[in-house]
Design a binder for this molecule. Structure first.
Ligand code: ADP
Length: 555
């Protein structure tokens, strides 16, 4: 194996146009030695002649010089010395064998090609000159007395051949040189590019690991491509103790404030893999029975340079302290408003009693009426405040009872009819009876009412609204379809985020706070369902609530 490798290496050096001068010379010497041996068997007299022996000695000395002189440290032109001496040796052999084996002069082609390989076109010229002097010259001198044009032509045949071969070899080497230069430049560029990529990768890794939010990147097939340090910690935090390296579907994730486990296709990474883009989707993570850590999650799709989907990035940020602070504030406001309501009710009661007195001076009756009006206004404000807090905490405890969603949809439709008529909007329904399911009828009524009241708000007079309730693929789907102002794709991205209102809604006189859809979504998710929207600006919107018939649970 080692021998084979060493022979291969040696051959590569010999084949190389520029390297391995010593090896080439050794092979040349070996061939001349074999050639000489063969001649010496039949015609020893040639080999013993002075010029032939001189040629052999010169060849031997040249071979020694090829190995001992540090040619690579000398100027380039010095590389011509060895091939020139070889041509001179061949000239001496040729002189002796001119009648018996004149073809020996063909050996000059080999050193001639070495010369070209080292010096390119100047090498071809030097080789031609040397062959002319060492071989053609002596031949012409010998036939000098009665030289004719045939003798001259014959003598010049070899120098001409050497020149042709040399020029062809120089041309081929020039092409190879160009290719080698281009390849070297390309390789250098690639190396620089690799170096730059590695530097960026390290930088990106450091940045990703130093941010306090969890980041997951998945490819278009949903496989994890990248997960930063914070995200690994999040994963560990909500992994079941008996499963190592759990998948997202096995993580301990619940809807915030509930014990409802988030179904696999509602989990943030899965939603991103299903090509959803969302913001501020809050989930609770941690073992059941403990106050979970709240994470706000957002997802964006990654597009390649052709605009095709190439994966998704999902970001998890711990919002527990924010959520706790908001909850504490809500509880405080609820408590204060509750405390204010009781004395206020009493104040209004006594004011009404006082106003019922018949012998009140006119001025006092007017003052009491103003006081009563303001007290009533204050009570409405306090009640609204309390109602808002109660509404917001709805998701905290669902009361699931057997009920038909189709009935709820029908009731919501009927109660919206007078308002639709007043606003000049045609309201119709296609309600198929749905199976009995475990739902919180009050909360679901609230969710569907929110969608319908939005449809009424955002559909101009003369428009059309339809409410559909259907059983599709084992799920009940309630859709509210309007022919209203609609929304762009960009506006739909943040639609379910609290306090978000579209630009069109904000610049219109239509009142709103951007709370309804966030709450509706939370209610639907608490039922283990999904909510989606399809909308086109100026044409209308369709909001759909989907509740799986067998997946409504509180576990
Ligand atoms: P709001 O009180 O502003 O209506 P919502 O949370 O119910 O709050 O809705 C959020 C935003 O979504 C609205 O401000 C509006 O821009 C948009 N929106 C909701 N429903 C519709 C609809 N049916 N048509 C057009 N835009 C809608």
């Amino acid at each position: 194996m080692d021998l084979a490798a060493s022979v291969t290496r040696q051959l590569a050096r010999v084949v190389s146009p520029t390297g391995g001068g010593g090896s080439k010379q050794l092979y040349f010497l070996a061939f001349v030695a074999v050639f000489t041996l063969m001649i010496s068997f039949s015609s020893p007299v040639f080999v013993q002649s002075g010029p032939y022996l001189a040629g052999l000695v010169l060849l031997a000395l040249t071979t020694v010089a090829a190995f001992t002189v540090p040619w690579e440290r000398l100027p380039t032109w010095c590389g011509a010395v060895i091939p020139v001496l070889d041509i001179v040796s061949v000239g001496l052999f040729r002189d002796v064998l001119r009648t018996e084996a004149s073809a020996v002069s063909l050996l000059t082609i080999i050193p001639a090609i070495w010369l070209v390989a080292r010096l390119r076109i100047p090498g071809a010229v030097i080789a031609t000159l040397c062959v002319t002097v060492a071989i053609a010259g002596p031949a012409l001198v010998r036939s000098a007395p009665d030289i004719n044009s045939t003798d001259i032509a014959r003598a010049l045949l070899l120098p001409f051949t050497v020149l042709q071969v040399g020029l062809l070899a120089a041309g081929a080497l020039k092409v190879l040189d160009g290719q080698a230069r281009r390849m070297t430049a390309t390789l250098r560029e690639k190396e620089e590019l690799l170096e730059a990529t590695a530097t960026w990768e390290r930088l990106l890794e450091n940045i990703l690991d130093s941010v306090p939010v969890g980041i997951v990147v998945v490819d278009r097939d949903g496989h994890d491509v990248l997960m930063n340090r914070a995200q690994k910690a999040f994963h560990a935090h909500c992994s079941p103790s008996d499963i190592q390296n759990p998948e997202e579907s096995q993580l301990l994730l619940r809807y915030p404030g509930t014990t409802t486990v988030i179904p696999p296709e509602q989990r943030p990474v899965r939603r991103a893999v299903l090509q959803e883009t969302f913001s501020n989707y809050v989930i609770s993570a941690g073992p059941p029975g403990q106050v979970g850590t709240k994470f706000s999650t957002s997802a964006r799709q990654i597009l390649d340079r052709h605009g095709n989907r190439d994966g998704a990035v999902v970001v998890f940020s711990d919002v527990s302290s924010y959520v706790d602070a908001v909850r504490a504030q809500q509880q405080f406001v609820a408590a204060v408003s509750h405390e204010l309501r009781t004395p206020l009710t009493s104040v209004i009661g006594y004011l009404e009693l006082a106003m019922d007195e018949e012998e009140l001076p006119k001025g006092a009756a007017m003052h009491l009426a103003v006081a009563n009006r303001n007290a009533e206004q204050l009570l409405t404000l306090v009640q609204d405040l309390l109602h808002d807090q109660v509404t917001r905490s709805t998701v905290d405890g669902l009361e699931l009872r057997p009920h038909r969603v189709s009935l709820i949809a029908q009731e919501v439709l009927e109660s919206a009819a007078p308002q639709a008529e007043k606003r000049g909007i045609s309201l119709s329904g296609e309600i198929d009876e749905s199976p009995v399911m475990l739902v919180d009828a009050k909360r679901l009524t609230q969710a569907i009412s929110n969608l319908l009241s939005n449809a009424l708000k955002y559909t101009p007079r003369g428009g059309r609204i339809q409410v559909h309730c259907r059983l599709v693929d084992g799920a009940v789907e309630v859709s509210v379809i309007d022919s209203g102002i609609g929304m762009s794709d960009q506006e739909q991205t943040n639609l379910f985020t609290e306090y978000y209102r579209t630009e069109t809604a904000r610049s219109s006189p239509i009142p709103g706070h951007g709370i309804g859809l966030a709450l509706t979504r939370a209610l639907v998710l608490a039922h283990g369902g999904q909510i989606s929207v399809r909308s086109t600006p100026g044409t209308g919107s369709t909001f759909t609530i989907r509740l799986s018939v067998d997946r409504v649970s509180t576990s």
